[in-house]
Design a protein around this ligand. Structure first.
Ligand SMILES: Cc1cc2nc3c(=O)[nH]c(=O)nc-3n(C[C@H](O)[C@H](O)[C@H](O)COP(=O)(O)OP(=O)(O)OC[C@H]3O[C@@H](n4cnc5c(N)ncnc54)[C@H](O)[C@@H]3O)c2cc1C
Length: 447
């Protein structure tokens, strides 16, 4: 099992630099995008601007899947994959501790086993470093493209650039983080190692917690936004620009003739297009399997709560800066007058049920760190499935042996919001005739 490489960014940064509107593709196509999550919608946005006719199909509504209530972080500098050698050290505790953020429910599912083995095989320093480098490039593209979209549309979506503080519980974890920081500095990330007191100076709401962590890494340029609001706003903008949406419409199959997909099948009838983009999140695997393709995406379930802030004006009660508790592996993001708290990773198949225990753990962690942030009387609980690949690289472009007019844009795992707009640039590049040589390289995925 393998993944499409995104390493092309290293050699082809020029191709993936933000392409202004004036450089329209000379051969507009009808592109059918399967999936109206953040990845599908960002792709629709990019392709519509390139002059393509776009249709978007989703079995539910825009932002209904993993994009609905995620951690809200645009985590451009924190892309280190879950598959990391440090996992070997942490694994016994992660698997056995009562309140571990990780849970594995082994199933009679060869795909789960293959994914798990692929994940463990990727937990090597060289692989993790390589993935981090590729994702940092993709994230940098994404930041540019997302900011361009925001300035063109004046979209709000509770966006803020207040930076991120990642808190480490002890010297060993802090030292490993400083080591990673040094690696990332060479790749252009501006980050600072801070004492707890220095963190409180930046984020006064951490005062209550100051004696409970050893140090932190601060990244001033990190952002947050409400991913669902971005999805909804994109749908409105796209409709106004003539994009056709087929919502509440499941795609039940693809019809392949030779090396082309000729139609997407839905209960509302067949949809024909020149090119199809598969952006179905965890649903991508099933649809790809229907035409004999293996997409290495497995659901990695997570949870979030959203709480209304008690006193928005009081800077000492709720964080304005994004905070990650590295020990509990929980992220806190301010979105407007609400706090989004997210975490946990469960390999439990397609189970979408919301566990009361997991929600209680998120509430308890929030009360513990920011006791005056909210009353916690009204908590909005949520569970979602991250479309994860073993290595942590998304599946981008054509698949070997796959139809020539089917592009994949899926498998962004814990970083789909962060990477969506960069991935859309990648798909747009694959459709631009003047950069065909690179489009061919994009296709060089290892199955
Ligand atoms: C708890 C949690 C916290 C997270 N925090 C962050 C974060 O802070 N920052 C970040 O960058 N990322 C985060 N993520 C990851 C991010 O949310 C996902 O990577 C991203 O939402 C994936 O987007 P997508 O468009 O690929 O998939 P989805 O949003 O799942 O969209 C796929 C769409 O396809 C549709 N679909 C599926 N099958 C079919 C079918 N057969 N026919 C028609 N439609 C279909 C679904 O209805 C859905 O709308 C988090 C995820 C979770 C679960």
């Amino acid at each position: 099992m393998g993944e499409c490489a995104v390493g092309i960014f290293q050699e082809a940064t020029n191709v993936l630099e933000f392409v202004p509107m004036t450089h329209l593709s000379r051969s507009p196509q009808h592109v059918c995008i399967l999936g109206a999550g953040i990845v599908g919608l960002a792709t629709a946005w990019r392709l519509q601007r390139d002059g393509h006719t776009v249709t978007v199909i989703d079995s539910a509504h825009s932002g209904a899947g993993a994009s609905a209530a995620n951690g809200a972080q645009l985590s451009y500098s924190y892309v280190q994959p879950l598959a990391d050698p440090s996992i070997w050290r942490q694994l016994p505790k992660l698997l056995l501790a009562n309140e571990s953020p990780l849970k594995v429910r082994l199933q009679m599912d060869p795909h789960q086993w293959a994914w798990g083995l692929g994940f463990l095989a990727a937990c090597r320093a060289s692989v993790s470093r390589d993935t981090t480098t590729r994702l940092l490039h993709l994230a940098a593209q994404s930041r540019l493209a997302f900011e361009a979209m925001r300035s063109e549309t004046a979209m709000d979506a509770d966006h803020s650039t207040t930076g991120k503080l990642v808190l480490y519980p002890n010297e060993s974890s802090f030292s490993a983080a400083r080591h990673q920081m040094a690696l990332q500095r060479k790749l252009g990330s501006e980050q600072h190692a801070l004492s707890p007191a220095a963190c409180v100076a930046i984020e006064p709401a951490l005062a209550h917690h100051v004696s409970r962590f050893h140090g932190a890494v601060y990244t001033p340029s990190e952002s947050a936004a409400d991913c669902f609001k971005v999805c909804q706003a994109l749908e409105q903008l796209l409709r106004a620009r003539g994009v056709r949406f087929l919502l509440d419409t499941p795609v039940t199959g693809l019809v392949r003739l030779g090396d082309r997909v000729v139609e997407a099948q839905t209960p509302a009838g067949a949809v024909h297009a020149d090119t199809f983009v598969m952006a179905l999140g965890t649903g991508s695997r099933h649809l790809a399997a229907s035409i004999g393709l293996r997409v290495p995406v497995y659901p990695l379930k997570g949870y979030s709560i959203t709480v209304d802030l008690q006193d928005v004006a009081d800077a000492t009660s709720a964080p304005a800066v994004n905070v990650t508790d590295a020990e509990r592996k929980i992220v806190f993001a301010r979105i407007g007058q609400r706090l989004r708290v997210a975490g946990m990773a469960e390999l439990v198949g397609e189970d979408r049920r919301i566990s009361n225990d997991r929600i209680a753990a998120l509430v308890s962690a929030t009360r513990d760190m920011f006791p005056r942030a909210a009353t916690f009387e009204h908590v909005h609980p949520w569970a979602g499935l991250r479309p994860a690949t073993p290595k942590g690289l998304p599946v981008l472009g054509r698949m070997p042996g796959g139809p020539s007019n089917l592009l994949f844009n899926t498998g962004h795992g814990a970083l789909g919001f962060t990477l969506a707009f960069g991935s859309a640039e990648y798909i747009a590049a694959a459709l631009r005739p003047e950069i065909r040589p690179f489009a061919a390289e994009l296709a060089a995925c290892s199955a």
